[in-house]
Design a protein around this ligand. Structure first.
Ligand SMILES: *[C@@H]1O[C@H](CO)[C@@H](O)[C@H](O)[C@H]1NC(C)=O
Ligand SMILES: *[C@@H]1O[C@H](CO)[C@@H](O)[C@H](O)[C@H]1NC(C)=O
Ligand SMILES: *[C@@H]1O[C@H](CO)[C@@H](O)[C@H](O)[C@H]1NC(C)=O
Ligand SMILES: *[C@@H]1O[C@H](CO)[C@@H](O)[C@H](O)[C@H]1NC(C)=O
Ligand SMILES: *[C@@H]1O[C@H](CO)[C@@H](O)[C@H](O)[C@H]1NC(C)=O
Ligand SMILES: *[C@@H]1O[C@H](CO)[C@@H](O)[C@H](O)[C@H]1NC(C)=O
Ligand SMILES: *[C@@H]1O[C@H](CO)[C@@H](O)[C@H](O)[C@H]1NC(C)=O
Ligand SMILES: *[C@@H]1O[C@H](CO)[C@@H](O)[C@H](O)[C@H]1NC(C)=O
Ligand SMILES: *[C@@H]1O[C@H](CO)[C@@H](O)[C@H](O)[C@H]1NC(C)=O
Ligand SMILES: *[C@@H]1O[C@H](CO)[C@@H](O)[C@H](O)[C@H]1NC(C)=O
Ligand SMILES: *[C@@H]1O[C@H](CO)[C@@H](O)[C@H](O)[C@H]1NC(C)=O
Length: 858
């Protein structure tokens, strides 16, 4: 399939693409009509990423020199589960031969456009570029899923441009159809969002069906909405102030800013820009399923990361519509609770899931339009609503969401009670007492915002609608029509039934109340009484102990660590981020970790599981983490050979205990110097064990991700089953770092030696291991024979075949002199090294390297 494409290329490619075309056979940005591609292994430029996602490229333009190895490609893409594919445009990393690869081993392809993402296709789906110039996507069963509808419009070819635009062009090179005109949830640099066009977010992070958030350009600015009927606005960036301009407008994503234009100023004079971090290479911008607008940037150390969140430049965390689900109240930047708490609202709402307060709340008695007379408005104290604030400021532009003609609080409430669809009445007082207020009547009530006077205080009142009568089994008693009938029959009968009804109501409410109370009590009890656990602290206690988290000791993969004092004991308090699991699971994990005691493992003293806070309290280690001592960042003090040797032995014993001796086998999965702490006598203790498992219980998308840190990852992360052997590989890397006094991946070194393990491979073959010993320390050189022996041990641990690595108990025996290092070692530690080295700005790396990449583990 490639050869005809390439042929056409000779005539069609841009200058940019031409440059690499001459040299590189795999760059193929263009295709001619009468071609079809089937989504199966016949698409050869494919790559499976560590998280399980896969791309199969059809068109690829790898030649924008400023992208430093990143390329736009069009083809089939499947996400982590890989059970469904999209025809998409994505950004991938390619080597100098335009072969897709992943230099950081944790990246995933970045999808910036896709065809009909509501309807993914299967293996063997086909993309057909028909003779008459139509591009059609058919699923494996031949149903048409998507088409550009460009038959008969003299399409001459299709190409992917260096800026990521998929386009069909005619004889005059004029664009007949282009993906930039049909944005999905992302923008790439140079792409424009025009008035009326929308970016629509995924429904969730694991499902690319179009969800409820969208970003659009209106005549007066950029706005983000949550779709309900009518849509509610939560973000506005106006061109210049709240005055309408009535001009056709657009926004362009450029390197470093979002530029605003209106069509009257065709000269391209922007009215207002949003400043973004400027990029060294390609960026893209994506509307997330939680309503944030994130800018992603690429780095060789860490792959793709969020470098900016555009909406949060103006919005508080609580101002996102779904942050606490429907009816949930958001306070303190993300704590969720239900309306009520201690006041009258408490009987009306309950959490949808008590363990996950961010899912929101539901009315205990659902609102029913059959019994409108039983609707009531309950005032919620110190609460306001995201959209009402904007509606007041910009109300005239959003007549659908704000009823501005209702000038008093009372008329606002009445209007809500009269309309069954209205879920709440929010009345916002004017700035001055003379100003009229405004009334906001949402038909769907998303998250509420705490409006404590201490924070920015909005003078508004919020009433939420509730149903006061519990519906009986079949609506016969309390439906308005039947009640009228009853009254007609006679007052006595009527009042009897009325009394009966009242009794039913009281009993009903009582039962409901008791049930709710019981379930709450059960839960709390369960949480509090777990025997044999480390001490449980309240969040307040830990806040005091750490002086409001003021002194940060470090930051790890799972959260930040703060210094604290409990009584006269110094402690390290770890605040975990992004643990989605419920309290029960968390407590089970804490119990496990708390029951593991070993002299070379950092001891867990206590924990806190309150609301969504999850904290762990560890013993404090005076000398901090090992990396501070071996990489010479802060101090010039150099550890002597004895100390280094002891530290290595302690780590080995700790891992041997975790792997082989303790009740529950534990693989650490993130062994690195930052996780090895030193006490005042330089005894080493391993920290962060057990956390990998805790995080794994998190949502499924995290579960499929790779764990660990680049530089310490064993090769089998890419391919096979993960066992505790990955720790042994990481241990080998750490040992090399300790004896060489440098990081495994050290980009400040020259290109040949930035990767220590590659250097080791080279030196051991040349028999020049001495070159590697830490030059800061004479003591190390004095003991060079022992140091070389330890390097041999490290090399045993670094075997690519995990079965050839020693067990941790064997390592301990070697360190104690009871055993010798295996003599028959494989001195190739890095089949993947070429991947690593070709990423450092040297796209012209020799072609043999990519050949070995291809045969390397995928
Ligand atoms: C169309 O673009 C190609 C590649 O940039 C160029 O070689 C060709 O001359 C262009 N054709 C016309 C009619 O402009
Ligand atoms: C990837 O392409 C190769 C040919 O280069 C093919 O053998 C292999 O099956 C393909 N893999 C997938 C998953 O499509
Ligand atoms: C795809 O088509 C090929 C050839 O027709 C067939 O061998 C293969 O089983 C199909 N794969 C699937 C998943 O249907
Ligand atoms: C092509 O036409 C169909 C039917 O009119 C329509 O549903 C579809 O959205 C069109 N496709 C594009 C890309 O405009
Ligand atoms: C892609 O098509 C556009 C429009 O015809 C043209 O300007 C551009 O040069 C083409 N690029 C390639 C790589 O053929
Ligand atoms: C959208 O869903 C797809 C499919 O699960 C996923 O790969 C992608 O990361 C999601 N994107 C966002 C912005 O959540
Ligand atoms: C994605 O969400 C849609 C709408 O809620 C649902 O119909 C579909 O089954 C979901 N797909 C997956 C793979 O979960
Ligand atoms: C802009 O103004 C013109 C005339 O004043 C009016 O007809 C048109 O509907 C307005 N457009 C918008 C988008 O408000
Ligand atoms: C917006 O950005 C462009 C390009 O970076 C710059 O030329 C222009 O002056 C900026 N406009 C404003 C109002 O900051
Ligand atoms: C809110 O506005 C009302 C009416 O203007 C006024 O009576 C009340 O004092 C204001 N409250 C605050 C806290 O500003
Ligand atoms: C209520 O009763 C009617 C007639 O007895 C029946 O058709 C209907 O399904 C019932 N509704 C409910 C919600 O049980």
């Amino acid at each position: 399939m490639r050869s005809p494409d390439r042929f056409l290329l000779l005539f069609l490619s841009t200058q940019l693409c031409l440059r690499s075309l001459v040299a590189e056979p795999f760059d193929y940005p263009t295709a001619a009509p009468s071609t079809s591609w089937t989504n199966n292994p016949s698409l050869e430029n494919n790559f499976t990423y560590a998280d399980g996602s896969m791309v199969r490229a059809i068109l690829l333009c790898s030649s924008n020199p400023s992208f430093e190895g990143l390329s736009f490609a069009a083809g089939f893409f499947c996400n982590a589960a890989c059970d469904a594919f999209l025809f998409a445009v994505f950004i991938v990393y390619t080597d100098s031969g335009a072969v897709i690869m992943d230099p950081v081993m944790t990246a995933s392809p970045q999808v910036v456009w896709s065809a009909n993402r509501d309807r993914p296709v299967r293996e063997n789906a086909t993309l057909h570029f028909t003779e008459d110039g139509n591009l059609v996507l058919r699923d494996a069963d031949s149903t048409v899923v998507w088409s550009t509808n460009t038959s008969g419009r003299s399409v001459l070819g299709m190409n992917i441009t260096a800026s990521g635009n998929l386009l069909l062009f005619d004889r005059k090179n004029a664009s007949i159809w282009q993906s930039f005109d049909h944005p999905t949830d992302s923008l790439v640099p140079g792409q424009t969002l025009r008035e009326g066009q929308r970016l629509i977010a995924n429904i969730s992070t694991t499902n690319w069906t179009r969800g409820q958030f969208y970003l659009t350009v209106l005549a007066d600015g950029l706005s983000a909405f949550v779709d309900s009927s009518p849509p509610q606005v939560y973000y506005i960036r106006s061109f210049s102030g709240p005055e309408a301009k009535n001009k056709s407008a657009y926004v362009t994503f450029t390197n470093g800013s979002l530029e605003f234009f209106d069509s009257f100023t065709k000269r391209g004079v922007p009215d207002e820009n949003i400043t973004l971090p400027s990029a060294s290479s390609v960026q893209h911008m994506r509307l997330e399923s939680d309503g944030h607008l994130n800018v992603y940037g690429w780095s060789y150390q860490t792959g793709w990361n969020v470098v900016d969140d555009v909406t949060s430049q103006e919005l508080d965390n609580c101002a996102y519509p779904t942050v606490c689900g429907e009816y949930g109240i958001c306070s303190n930047n993300g704590q969720c609770s239900c309306p009520g708490g201690t006041n009258s609202g408490s009987n009306y709402f309950r959490p949808i899931n008590a363990r996950q307060p961010n899912l929101g709340c539901s009315p205990v008695i659902p609102l029913s339009c059959q019994s409108l007379q039983d609707h009531q408005l309950v005032a919620l104290q110190d609460v306001t609503y995201f959209s009402s604030l904007l509606a007041v400021e910009y109300g005239t532009y959003f007549p659908s969401v704000a009823s501005l003609n209702l000038k008093t609080e009372e008329s606002c409430k009445q209007a809500c009670l009269k309309n069954c669809s209205c879920k709440a009445a929010i009345f916002q007082y004017g700035q001055n007492t003379s100003d009229h207020g405004s009334c906001f009547l949402p038909w769907q009530l998303f998250s509420l915002m705490n409006n404590q006077p201490t924070v920015t205080h909005y003078n508004s009142t919020l009433y939420v609608k509730v149903q006061i009568v519990p519906r009986t089994t079949n609506g016969t008693l309390n439906s308005p029509t039947s009640r009228k009938k009853v009254m007609g029959v006679g007052v006595i009968l009527g009042s009897t039934i009325g009394a009966l009804f009242a009794v039913l109501l009281v009993v009903g409410l009582f039962v409901l109340f008791m049930r709710k109370k019981n379930s709450n009590m059960e839960e709390e009890d369960q949480f509090d009484q777990v025997p044999g656990m480390p001490t449980r602290f309240s969040f307040e206690e830990l806040k005091v102990a750490t002086k409001n988290f003021c002194k940060k000791l470090g930051e790890g993969g799972f959260g930040s660590v703060f210094e604290g004092e409990l009584g006269d004991m110094r402690v390290a308090v770890k605040r975990l981020d992004g643990i989605g699991q419920g309290k029960k699971e968390f407590l089970a994990e804490v119990e496990t970790i708390g029951s593991i005691h070993h002299v070379y493992l950092v001891r867990l003293i206590g924990f806190c599981a309150e609301r969504s806070y999850r904290l762990l309290v560890y013993e404090h280690m005076c000398n901090g983490s090992l990396d501070q001592w071996i990489f010479y960042r802060n101090q010039d003090v150099s550890l002597d050979w004895q100390t280094r040797c002891r530290i290595i032995t302690h780590i080995a014993k700790a891992l041997s205990y975790l792997h082989e001796e303790c009740r529950q086998r534990i693989a650490h999965l993130d062994i690195k110097p930052q996780n090895i702490l030193l006490d005042d006598n330089f005894n080493a203790k391993v920290s962060d064990f057990g956390l990998a498992k805790m995080i794994d219980r998190d949502q499924s998308h995290v579960m499929t991700r790779m764990r660990g840190t680049p530089g310490y990852l064993a090769p089998e992360w890419l391919t096979s089953r993960i066992t505790e052997k990955v720790d042994i590989y990481s241990f080998g890397v750490v040992v090399m770092e300790i004896v060489c006094g440098r990081k495994n991946l050290d980009y400040s070194q020259s290109e040949e030696s930035f990767h220590l393990i590659s250097l080791l491979q080279e030196k051991v073959k040349e028999d020049r291991l001495l070159d590697l010993i830490d030059n800061h320390s004479n003591d190390m050189h004095l003991h060079h024979e022992e140091v070389i022996e330890i390097m041999q041990l490290a090399m045993w641990c670094l075997q690519i075949d995990s079965n050839k690595r020693p067990s941790m108990s064997t390592v301990v025996k070697v360190l104690e002199g009871a055993m010798n290092v295996e003599t028959c070692l494989d001195y190739n530690f890095v089949t993947t090294t070429p991947v690593m080295s070709s990423n450092v700005n040297h796209l012209d790396a020799s072609p043999q390297q990519s050949a070995s990449l291809l045969s390397g583990p995928r």
